[in-house]
Design a protein around this ligand. Structure first.
Ligand code: FAD
Length: 517
């Protein structure tokens, strides 16, 4: 470790997702010199954008909640950025549900407007709809109480959860489906309540209702937004805060292991063999990924490691990135997203790809949401078609490197792409005619680009056990090691942002006073 000691960073942050960038920028605001290390060639984690043949897509953003001017997360983002990121509202309608044979159901914000949408479709279910809206509000309150304990000493957190135990039992420890079943026995209404579960990746039968309420309800609170310039805006605006404070953000630098001396984390060794020392190390790569890939074998704390490993992982996905040329609005594209469940059931994951068509599909036209998008003379627009799947569909190629997965993998990908595109075409026939570019990413792509276990880009599944777990605190039992990002609080950009900010404030509690209120 003698070499490491020479490098002298105050903090190393592993992983440049929004959680890692937020942690690094917050510590930079507190005067620390921070080194941010990212294994992939582009910084930004799942918030990064990429371009091919004049089209640009986001790896992991379709819409954002909690970034209205009055939201605290927006003020925190402004504080972390060198220049504030601009966000454009998606308007009143932000999602459309296509469930079974029913006509599309457009969902608007705020709460009263969405209650109206649902009551117009289900006029006999007024009471159930009011109960659902009330449950969303109470569930949000409950989850915020629990997640706020993530950066607190354990005894304080335990006391707070005990104090709010009624709400915790009622909303956090029951699944989305259990709450829905209590409210209605109308299967079509139940499906509409649960349809947006892929916004956090926890199936209705498994997810904590409170997390579903937090994430889907946030759009009703302050709307759906999209960053001008796409997800890459996060890295463009936040990284200068780190570098201007004397820090550095390095892409293409995989951390191979944490270095531990006298039971304390004292630095990292990269895959290229560089040994780098720091007073503090924050990991944004995911809790399971941290214990599975970064900890030396004999580091102890087995109870903590076992608790994290016992928590289930979330779903994986296929993204079909498409490029259009032409007037896509005229052909049926909208700023709002589309959730497509041809079979009418929403608690579904594609387990038999590509033999059968996907039971659920999400369609988004990012270019229409981005006020910075210039379609140019050939009217270029980007869109994404996403299907959520079980990792098992690609597992047989998992031990092979990209490029070495053989002809059968290529054929599998081609079939998945065709089946997904056919489903899209069935719902958007005019738009399908304008597609000039297609590129499929698979759970193996997610795994090789982000390192997420079994392609589970949302990290640990949003079950009640995850929400109540004491193992996901920002402060780990290993001195010098902290966790940031989506596993600490909740999946999604705002949750991962909070995970980063709270990790930084655990390292330097003075930040709690600096955080914009
Ligand atoms: C298809 C899709 C759609 C989504 N849609 C939305 C949406 O509409 N709205 C929303 O709010 N959220 C959405 N999300 C979720 C959101 O993108 C994530 O919750 C969030 O970006 C996670 O941020 P993070 O900082 O926790 O982790 P990540 O962004 O996953 O960052 C972790 C980083 O760690 C790096 N890393 C891993 N191992 C190492 C190592 N050993 N050394 C160095 N670096 C390493 C990875 O390469 C990665 O860059 C979506 C995600 C996907 C995939």
């Amino acid at each position: 470790m003698a070499e490491a000691a020479k490098t002298n960073w105050d903090a190393i942050v592993i992983g440049s997702g929004i959680g890692g960038m937020a942690a690094a920028a917050a510590l930079s605001k507190a005067g620390q010199k921070v080194l941010l290390l990212e294994q992939y060639q582009t910084l930004g984690g799942l918030s990064h954008s990429f371009s091919i043949e004049g089209f640009s897509w986001d790896a992991g953003i379709h819409y954002l909640n909690c970034v209205a001017p009055e939201d605290r997360e927006r003020r925190i983002l402004d504080w972390l950025s060198d220049k504030p990121i601009e966000f454009a509202s998606m308007g009143t309608i932000y999602d459309n549900l296509h469930i079974g044979d029913a006509a599309p159901l457009s969902l608007s914000r705020p709460y009263a407007a969405q209650a109206r949408d649902l009551k117009d479709r289900f006029p006999d279910e007024s009471e159930a709809i009011d109960a659902w809206i009330a449950a969303l509000k109470e569930g949000r309150e409950a989850v915020m109480k629990v997640t706020s304990t993530r950066a607190m000493p354990e005894f304080v957190g335990t006391a707070l959860k005990w104090w709010h135990s009624h709400a915790v039992e009622r909303w956090c420890k029951r699944t989305t489906q259990e709450v829905i079943d209590e409210i209605t026995d109308n299967p079509e209404l139940a499906a509409a309540f649960a349809a947006q579960w892929f916004d956090h990746g926890g199936r209705p039968s498994k997810a904590s209702f409170a997390i579903h309420a937090l994430i889907t309800g946030s759009y009703l609170e302050s709307g759906a937004w999209y960053p001008k310039g796409g997800g890459g805006a996060f890295a463009d605006h936040i990284l200068p805060t780190i570098t201007k404070a004397g820090g550095e953000a390095r892409a293409d630098t995989k951390v191979e292991t944490l270095l531990i001396e006298d039971d304390r984390v004292v630095g990292v060794r990269t895959a290229k063999g560089e040994v780098i020392g720091a007073n503090t190390v924050i990991s944004d790569i995911g809790a399971r990924e941290t214990v599975n890939t970064l900890l030396p074998a004999d580091c102890g704390h087995q109870d903590w490691i076992d608790e994290i490993r016992a928590l289930p992982h979330s779903v994986a996905h296929f993204s079909l990135f498409v490029g259009f040329e032409g007037d896509i609005q005229r052909a049926g594209a909208t700023r709002s997203n589309h959730w497509i469940y041809p079979g009418g059931k929403v608690d579904v994951v594609w387990t038999d790809a590509p033999g059968a068509p996907p039971p659920g599909l999400f369609v988004s036209f990012a270019s229409l949401k981005d006020p910075g998008h210039d379609p140019g003379p050939s009217q270029k627009y980007a869109g994404e078609i996403v299907a959520w799947v079980d990792w098992s569909v690609v597992e047989r190629w998992a031990d092979k490197e990209p490029g070495a997965r053989g002809k059968d993998y290529k054929a599998f990908k081609a079939r998945v792409e065709d089946v997904m595109f056919a489903q899209f075409e069935a719902y958007f026939p005019e738009l399908a005619k304008l597609v000039v570019f297609r590129n499929l990413s698979t759970p193996l792509t997610t795994h090789s680009i982000t390192g997420h276990h079994k392609g589970a880009f949302y990290g640990i599944d949003t079950t009640p056990e995850r929400l109540m777990s004491e193992a996901l605190q920002t402060r780990t039992p290993i001195p010098g090691l902290f966790l940031a990002g989506q596993d600490v609080l909740t999946p999604g950009i705002p949750g991962a942002l909070w995970g980063g900010v709270l990790a930084a404030a655990t390292v330097d509690p003075g930040l709690f006073r600096q955080l914009p209120g």
